[in-house]
Write a protein that binds this ligand. Structure first.
Ligand code: ADP
Ligand code: MG
Length: 685
């Protein structure tokens, strides 16, 4: 049994269960073993009833004192069971488990585990689990893995599948040369996999995690290094030089570039006219003005007679770039002949666009990644800009190279990554940083509040709308049901319509809408036909509506700080004073303290590092980092130490043996080939 054996080869997993696993993106044994536990639970020794503290999960070993009583409330069957031990009595309540009536006999002894609650003076457990005494004793004190599940698949079932897979799997031989595991104190991969699923204790778990995180980083960095060598060797096939076009554009623009923008523009000009193919990242906080710098490079590109492409991660953002560019073409008489390419266009429109691109009639292609990369043939594509993406992997490069000779690549990102990490993670890219905001900006005013503040917030939105501004309201989910006790866009829009005067135009936007509808709403918001937009985080990246001055985020406690900072970046983009209202439905000290960080600073780098301090490095399972550096286990912030070690190891190996051709690196070479074949490079994009 190996990596690519289908999970349905396991005993007890047929087609039906197989489909459930598929929902968790598990189709092979390899996927299953990499479905790491979400967290772990420890079963404590049973306690006397008198010591079962409300609010805690406890196990009790008790005697049933009377026949269970059953009642029906609507379609719920409720079973009440009185139990006791020498120290006291307790009531157990079960829902829709009528068969327990036959199992639990008065006078019998049973072990239950569940959340203890108090109801008046009485102690209660709702829906506790029943365990055979011996089984429980065996599991006692051991960390139990808890997996992400899907409806119909229990934790027990996943555990069983993983156990079986671990016993049948043929683990690969150690592929590192021996000094690596010795120096970095790495246990074997086999032991790491066994332990990450079924750890003996926290120490063992840390060791297992360290090995697996090290491997993730090592594979990533090894591919990166290859990339770097590849890119460095590429000649500049499309040398370009500044023309009157960009100079005139800069003169006519209503603002002048900031010092940081000017510096980056200078760097781009040097790259594009230099001896090598450009491979550059522009990092700049939200609102720092990355787009204009990219447009200058694209303008230079078309003025030199080549084609350029601008790719965005979402259709909404691609459309917005297209609109901005067309308006500039008219206003400033720019040499762009832009064409839009997004999935929601009709087949006929797409065909027409393909034709204009192939003939060279269109010289600037604006669209979503997939379309631009995969389906288009170009006349002479010389520069590719990707917005809101940090990585442009080998595969993407290959896609484009197939269509011609290697174009220059410029990627732009607002994800705050400290310089020290950026150097490790972007080894193959040159980095430019825009580290200041345009001077006309007023700092955004922030507040962190609880839900009782809502009426005031609505009053405030009303006032802003009356003076001609617009507002965003963000909810974590689309409609009721996926998450408990969390605001959703659909219901909130209705609530807001009744809370605000009827002449205020309110619309909603979320990821489940058809792309064409999303685009329409976004266009209407940009054109100010809509005053208040209730949305999920689909508007998180890139959207630029400078007239919007209020960002209200419901259930702010549900979001990572970096994400909240991105959301906040949607306002404060014009000359008007902007405001951010973070509404937290939870008022514990930690939550409020975390959110207060946003109040203290408007600097993405500072926020990311403070967030890390609060979470603490080395935390086993931190808040999942959204975004593009999502490794299976590793967290670039919390595991920065391991990242450094992996970097050191990769560099040392490649210094000894650049193409891994030595005999002692044979296994490593085979592993690396497999790893990059698996798309390590692509997955981490
Ligand atoms: P981001 O870096 O988040 O992508 P954008 O490029 O969308 O930011 O720019 C945000 C807003 O700032 C836009 O409306 C843009 O026109 C404006 N802007 C960009 N550069 C300057 C500048 N130097 N001075 C004033 N406004 C600017
Ligand atoms: Mg942007």
């Amino acid at each position: 049994m190996n990596q690519s054996t289908p999970v349905t080869d396991l005993k007890g997993i047929g087609d039906k269960t197989g489909r459930l696993f598929q929902k968790l993106a598990i189709s092979t044994i390899g996927d299953l073993l990499c479905h790491y536990p979400r967290d772990y639970e420890t079963f404590g020794a049973p306690v006397p009833v008198s010591e079962a503290v409300p609010g805690q999960v406890c196990a009790v070993y008790v005697t049933v004192t009377a026949f269970p009583s059953q009642k029906k409330v609507r379609n719920l069957v409720i079973l009440n069971v009185s139990v006791r031990d020498a120290s006291g009595a307790m009531l157990l309540t079960f829902f829709n488990m009528p068969f327990l009536k036959k199992v639990l006999k008065p006078g019998g002894n049973y072990l239950f585990r569940g959340l203890v609650q108090s109801r008046g003076a009485a102690r209660v457990m709702e829906q506790p689990k029943l365990y055979p005494y011996e089984d429980y004793q065996k599991q006692c004190g051991i960390l139990q893995p808890r997996y992400s599940l899907t409806k119909g698949l229990t934790n027990q079932a996943v555990q069983k599948a993983v156990r079986q897979a671990l016993s049948l799997y043929a683990f690969e031989e150690e592929y590192y040369p021996s000094w690596i595991p010795e120096r970095y104190e790495l246990i074997s991969r086999e032991e790491a996999f066994r332990t990450i699923h079924f750890p003996e204790d926290r120490d063992a778990l840390s060791r297992a995690r360290k090995r697996l995180v090290f491997d993730e980083f090592f594979d990533f960095l090894l591919t990166l290094q290859k990339n770097k060598d590849l890119a460095a060797a590429l000649p500049n096939n499309y040398p370009m030089y500044e023309t009157a076009d960009t100079v005139r554009f800069l003169e006519r623009m209503p603002f002048s570039l900031t010092r940081a923008q000017k510096m980056v523009w200078q760097e781009l000009k040097e790259d594009l006219g230099g001896p090598h193919c450009m491979n550059r990242l522009i990092q700049g906080d939200v609102g720092s003005g990355k787009t204009i710098v990219a447009l200058l490079a694209l303008l230079m590109c078309v003025a030199n007679g080549f084609q350029g492409a601008l790719m965005a991660p979402t259709e909404v953002l691609a459309m917005q770039h297209y609109e901005t560019i067309t308006s500039y073409v008219e206003k400033y008489r720019l040499a762009f002949r832009p064409v839009l390419l997004v999935g929601s266009m009709t087949a006929k429109d797409k065909r027409e666009a393909y034709g204009r691109i192939a003939s060279g009639e269109a010289n600037l292609i604006v669209g979503t990644h997939a379309l631009i990369q995969e389906k288009v043939s170009y006349r002479n594509l010389a520069l590719v800009v990707t917005d809101e993406q940090h990585r442009f992997g080998v595969r993407q490069r290959e896609h484009l190279a197939e269509k011609g000779r290697d174009p220059h690549v410029l990627v732009m990102s607002a994800t705050p990554i400290p310089r020290t990490l950026a150097i490790l993670l972007y080894g193959d890219l040159h980095i430019s940083v825009i580290d200041e905001l345009p001077a006309n900006r007023l700092p955004i005013k922030n507040c962190v509040v609880n839900t009782s503040y809502r009426p005031k917030a609505y009053e405030f939105i009303k006032k802003e709308v009356a003076s001609g501004r617009q507002a965003y309201v963000i909810c974590p989910q689309v409609e009721e049901g996926e998450l408990e006790d969390v605001e959703n866009v659909v219901d909130y829009t209705e609530k807001l319509r009744s809370a605000l005067p009827a002449d205020i135009q309110i619309a909603s936007l979320h990821g489940r809408m058809r792309p064409a509808d999303k685009n329409k709403i976004m266009e209407e918001f940009a054109a100010h036909h809509i005053d208040v937009l209730v949305s999920t985080t689909v508007i998180e990246v890139g959207i630029n509506v400078p007239n919007a001055t209020v960002m209200m985020v419901e259930n702010a406690e549900r979001f990572g700080l970096a994400q909240l900072h991105q959301l906040r970046g949607r306002v404060g983009r014009g000359e008007h004073q902007s405001y951010c209202i973070f509404v937290s439905a939870r008022e514990e000290k930690e939550t409020m303290e975390r959110l207060e960080i946003l109040n203290q600073s408007n600097d993405g780098f500072f926020i990311a590092s403070e967030d890390l301090k609060l979470r603490g490095p080395g935390e086993l399972f931190g808040v999942r980092q959204s975004g593009e550096f999502a490794f299976g286990l590793g967290d670039i912030y919390a595991d920065a130490g391991v990242l450094k070690e992996a970097k050191e190891a990769v560099e040392e190996i490649l210094a000894q043996d650049g193409d891994l051709s030595l005999d002692r690196h044979r296994l490593l070479r085979e592993h690396a080939e497999k790893a990059s074949g698996n798309g390590v490079d692509f997955r981490t994009i």
